[in-house]
Unconditional design. Structure first.
Length: 106
């Protein structure tokens, strides 16, 4: 996959995550920063960072529970270690850090 194709896919996913966070009822705040970095601030002061990593052609997620890398495969973003879905892992990290059950996609 070339850089341009990756950037389109990554931007689409970051936009989707941003829209899902807009409707999230958990106590969070978030900001999309330059370079495709989405910073999520939880009420307890902890952060979750979601960003695109162009060189690796991956989206990276950093949370209290660790760092996760995702690649686009068959229309979804899958974890490079375990094949987990990006949004499922994000739900889990948000739930852990907010103390609330978070399910971004219904």
């Amino acid at each position: 996959m070339n850089e341009q194709d990756f950037n389109v896919l990554a931007e689409t996913m970051l936009d989707k995550i941003e829209q899902l966070l807009e409707s999230c009822t958990a106590e969070i705040d978030f900001e999309l920063k330059q370079g495709g970095v989405l910073e999520v601030l939880c009420a307890d002061g902890s952060k979750i960072i979601v960003n695109r990593h162009v060189a690796a052609r991956e989206i990276w997620l950093a949370a209290k529970s660790g760092g996760f890398h995702f690649r686009p495969e068959n229309g979804r973003w899958t974890g490079t270690r375990d094949g987990a879905d990006l949004l499922t892992v994000l739900d889990s990290c948000l739930s852990e850090q907010t103390g609330e059950t978070v399910k971004l996609e219904q």
